[in-house]
Design a protein around this ligand. Structure first.
Ligand SMILES: C[S@@+](CC[C@H](N)C(=O)[O-])C[C@H]1O[C@@H](n2cnc3c(N)ncnc32)[C@H](O)[C@@H]1O
Length: 264
């Protein structure tokens, strides 16, 4: 289950890649804009602000996220649904999917299908975290592999749920798209307080730790969380009241059917 409030705790840091991604979509007056895996919807609302004449749709599989999005009163049609079942209507000319596909196994096949089914000239923009080899995720996998938790947790954690920019670029170019792909490592400076949990732990509770929390009862979760926090504090020590948290992200903006005619 997604908890919008926990997810929004680092809203400023989490929203920046979305804006950096969307800044690379030069669509002028799209007819229909779709945000796949829109979460709590506040970023989808910025799409409606950028393209006020467009129909804007937000889709997410979490009823909690969509309930939160509906409270915004934004000019966006929000709906509960799975991105794997979504099929583009002929008038869709911008698709954004930000920080979602890491949760979707075999999303490469989905990207190929979207590139095939979207009308020629549509924009397909995606961003996924590329930090699965970072100390935070290595610590998560190490603690999960301890005898106390491994039977419950190891099957839940995938080593590399995303590809790299070159792989996605090749995939979408192979599907006939013109492609703009890049990666960025943001250094998030997270406030650290002696009387509060380690901020990288708090960050991970909003995303990567959700399946772990759901798989353990309260006492085992408390033990797991305490053990992980020790390792995170070693990997990300506080300096002058803050923790430096590097976070790599992978971006791709593709234009369907445009590979031969133009370069982005
Ligand atoms: C990290 S949040 C990102 C939310 C939003 N795009 C943003 O940038 O803030 C991931 C979202 O993906 C949604 N999600 C994960 N798998 C999904 C799927 N198969 N279909 C639809 N939504 C999915 C989750 O419910 C969650 O809201």
């Amino acid at each position: 289950m997604w908890d919008p409030a926990t997810y929004l705790r680092y809203g400023d840091e989490r929203s920046r890649p979305f804006h950096d991604l969307v800044a690379r979509i030069p669509a002028d007056r799209p007819e229909t804009v779709v945000d796949l895996g829109c979460g709590p919807g506040q970023l989808t609302a910025t799409l409606a602000a950028r393209w006020p004449a467009s129909r804007v749709l937000g889709l997410d599989s979490s009823p909690e996220m969509i309930a939160r999005a509906a409270t915004l009163g934004a000019p966006v049609e929000f709906a509960v649904g799975d991105v794997r079942d979504w099929r583009p209507a002929p008038d869709v000319d911008v698709v954004v999917t930000n920080a979602v596909l890491q949760w979707v196994p075999d999303h490469e096949e989905l990207l190929r299908r979207w590139a095939r089914e979207l009308p020629a000239g549509a924009w397909l923009a995606m961003q996924v975290p590329g930090n699965f080899d970072a100390p935070s995720h290595r610590a998560l996998r190490e603690v999960a592999a301890c005898p106390a938790w491994r039977d419950d947790l190891v099957p839940l954690l995938r080593e590399a749920p995303v590809g790299d920019p070159v792989g996605y670029a090749a995939l979408l170019a192979g599907a006939g798209c013109a492609v703009d792909a890049w990666e960025t490592t943001y250094v998030h400076l997270l406030p650290a307080r002696a009387d509060a949990a380690h901020p990288v732990l708090t960050w991970m509770e909003g995303t990567a730790l959700r399946p772990v929390r759901a798989a353990l009862d309260a006492p085992r979760w408390a033990d797991f969380r305490a053990e992980l926090e020790v390792r995170l504090a070693e990997a990300y020590p506080a300096r002058q009241g803050q923790v430096y948290f590097p976070f790599r992200r992978v971006f791709v903006v593709a234009r369907t059917g445009a590979r031969v005619e133009e370069n982005l």
